[in-house]
Design a protein around this ligand. Structure first.
Ligand SMILES: Nc1ncnc2c1ncn2[C@@H]1O[C@H](COP(=O)(O)OP(=O)(O)OP(=O)(O)O)[C@@H](O)[C@H]1O
Ligand SMILES: [Mg+2]
Length: 279
């Protein structure tokens, strides 16, 4: 379980990246969503003891991330945004090296690494030089590290950014194989929907909403999204497109040539909240 109380982070240059953040995360997997610069990475870095908050407190399974940082490090694993494996080592060696850095015994490390490499689907390329792997395979090495470390809590910052749709689905199933609690950030709403029991939505250093995907989407129940080049009543302007949310039947009756009707996804929560806050 992860608890944050009034966490604030002001960087040296004055940027207020987190502005009094409060939450409890106790579901198996939580996705943190929010626009570029919302504060997601800052939050993960504080929770994973890599950055000190300016004020406020946070704890992981009852351990304070500042006062008991070393104890927290023993029970978590954190995969930073855009992390790269050591290129001249194989996937297997990357994982073994990581586990031995965590002071796991060599025999145990080898066994755990092999098992995790199998779980994430890298067994065939386990001895290949990592430099010669695809982006998705490289990313899976880190998920294998998370699995093999047997940590209670795993932080993944944008684990599938830049991956093709198939690699992304492969990484998802690897993430599902993690036994501990998972906290991930993502810009892909279908990823948040596919992986998480709980979604935390952030903007400008604040929490906008938290809940199950289904609950967050309740305001859109029975509706569809209509994208139009023409202004409609109650439409949101995004770029040159007017987006409106209307009842399914009503949409069918009122669409015009060129309008696009789409089913509701988490994207819509994002669009609605984003536009409302901006204007
Ligand atoms: N080291 C730093 N010094 C100063 N400002 C920083 C630093 N790191 C981040 N920021 C600022 O803090 C704010 C939050 O950044 P953060 O990286 O946490 O956002 P994010 O939600 O992870 O964004 P993205 O989706 O682009 O990864 C931004 O305004 C950013 O410019
Ligand atoms: Mg980030």
């Amino acid at each position: 379980m992860i608890e944050a109380r009034a966490i604030t982070k002001r960087y040296k240059d004055g940027t207020l990246a987190l502005d009094g953040v409060n939450f409890t995360l106790n579901k198996k997997t939580t996705s943190i969503i929010g626009r570029n610069g919302a504060g997601k990475t800052t939050l993960l870095r504080i929770l994973s003891t890599q950055l000190l908050p300016t004020s406020g407190t946070a704890s992981i399974n009852g351990l304070d991330v500042v006062k008991a940082a070393q104890d927290v490090r023993n029970i978590i694993v954190s995969i930073p945004q855009e992390s790269k494996p050591i290129n001249y080592l194989s996937p297997l060696d990357n994982v073994v090296l990581y586990l031995s850095a965590r002071r796991m015994r060599m025999s145990e490390a080898k066994e755990a690494a092999e098992k995790a490499i199998k779980t994430v689907g890298l067994w065939k390329v386990r001895e290949k030089i990592s430099d010669e792997l695809s982006g998705g395979m490289k990313r899976k090495i880190f998920v294998a590290m998370a699995i093999a470390s047997k940590s209670d809590v795993v932080f993944l910052d944008e684990p599938t950014t830049g991956l093709d749709p198939l690699s992304r689905i492969e990484v998802w199933s690897a993430i599902k194989a993690i036994k501990g609690q998972v906290i991930l950030t993502t810009h892909y709403m279908e990823e948040a929907q596919a992986l998480s029991d709980d979604v935390l939505m952030m903007d400008k250093g604040k929490i906008l909403s938290q809940g199950k995907v289904g609950d967050l989407l309740k305001p859109f129940k029975g509706k569809v999204r209509v994208e139009s080049t023409k202004k409609k009543s109650h439409s949101y302007k995004v770029g040159n497109t007017y987006i409106s949310y209307i009842g399914k039947n009503e949409a069918e009756a009122s669409v015009m040539v060129g309008d696009i009707i789409k089913p509701i996804t988490l994207d819509d929560l994002f669009i609605k909240r984003g536009v409302e806050l901006e204007y």
